[in-house]
Design a protein around this ligand. Structure first.
Ligand SMILES: [Zn+2]
Length: 310
């Protein structure tokens, strides 16, 4: 079934890249509405920005959406991952600034907010996107692939020179609340060497190491409370992939494989999927398919409180 929230929930905080504060409200919406942003700080013109792959503008370090009037919303991936992971298919997201608040750098605060309000079932079948043929895109030694699979699976591999990151791999079946249990609290990370470059380019202005991002410097880790998982970086990349795949326009049934992939490559992958004849189809989910979607089997007691392992 298609789902929305039982009631609105509000989040406030700075954007990771712009450093600008914003208030974001997740509102319930009707079946068939999909996920849309609305810029409430802009008075005139078309302020609705659909959360869809064909509205992605620039995706170097975050995912930014843009509408035909040039209105943008940046860094949508963590709230999109929270909605997808909780099985929310319809929501109107009001925001009074250009960038989604980074909060603690993960999706956990959004998940806690959504779960606290509750999930409302709309009595209309969910429309899933089934991957029917393998599709792969590559760039600069990175790759992203979608393969046919009867549920959503995410596989990711990263390889960093920083000793504290190194090579990390993980595969996850997103059924039965796995996102909430395994991925949602993993935080944004970067390398110390990237911070100055980003800030010189007007990015990461709202970043506070240990508070809303983990910063790796050789074997040193600035993470505030300590890592939440020993392989928190690869888990965060999987979280990002879920958020970027949520821009497909509905829950995806397929296996995603990312090898050092980023936001731009995952968006290119969706464009390739929809440009390839016969590679996908939209299906109304029957009960068996619905049971395999992320968001089924969520348990409040499994929503992570902040915890450390290292
Ligand atoms: Zn991220």
């Amino acid at each position: 079934m298609q789902n929305t929230l039982k009631a609105s929930v509000t989040f406030e905080g700075v954007g990771l890249h712009s450093g600008k504060s914003a208030r974001l409200v997740l509102n319930p919406a009707a079946a068939g509405h999909g996920i849309q942003f609305k810029r409430t700080d802009i008075a005139l013109g078309n302020t609705i920005v659909p959360a869809r792959w064909d509205h992605v503008e620039r995706t170097a370090l975050c995912t930014r959406l843009i509408n035909a009037a040039g209105v943008t919303v940046s860094t949508v991936e963590h709230v999109m991952a929270a909605l997808a992971g909780c099985g929310i298919h319809n929501a109107l997201i009001e925001i009074d600034g250009p960038e989604v608040p980074i909060l603690d750098g993960s999706s956990a605060p959004f998940v806690r907010g959504i779960m606290a309000r509750g999930i409302h079932r709309l009595g209309v079948p969910a429309r899933a996107i089934e991957v029917l043929k393998p599709v792969t895109v590559t760039k600069d030694g990175a790759s992203a692939t979608l393969l046919p699979c009867d549920r959503l699976m995410i596989e990711f591999h990263i390889d960093f020179e920083e000793q504290a990151i190194g090579r990390q791999s993980r595969v996850l079946d997103l059924r039965n609340g796995a996102f909430v249990r395994e991925l949602c609290d993993s935080r944004t990370f970067c390398r110390r060497s990237d911070v100055e470059t980003m800030q010189a380019n007007g990015l990461a202005l709202g970043g506070v190491p240990g508070e809303n991002a983990i910063v790796f410097d050789g074997s040193t880790i600035e993470s505030g409370e300590g890592l939440r998982h020993a392989d928190e970086p690869v888990r965060h990349k999987m979280l990002d992939a879920l958020g970027d795949l949520a821009l497909a326009g509905g829950p995806l049934l397929g296996r995603y494989v990312g090898e050092r992939a980023g936001h731009a490559l995952t968006n290119t992958l969706l464009r390739e999927l929809f440009a390839t004849p016969g590679a996908s189809r939209v299906v109304d989910c029957d009960l068996a398919m619905t049971a395999r979607l992320p968001g089924q089997g969520l348990v409040w007691s499994e929503v992570p409180a902040t915890r450390r392992v290292a």
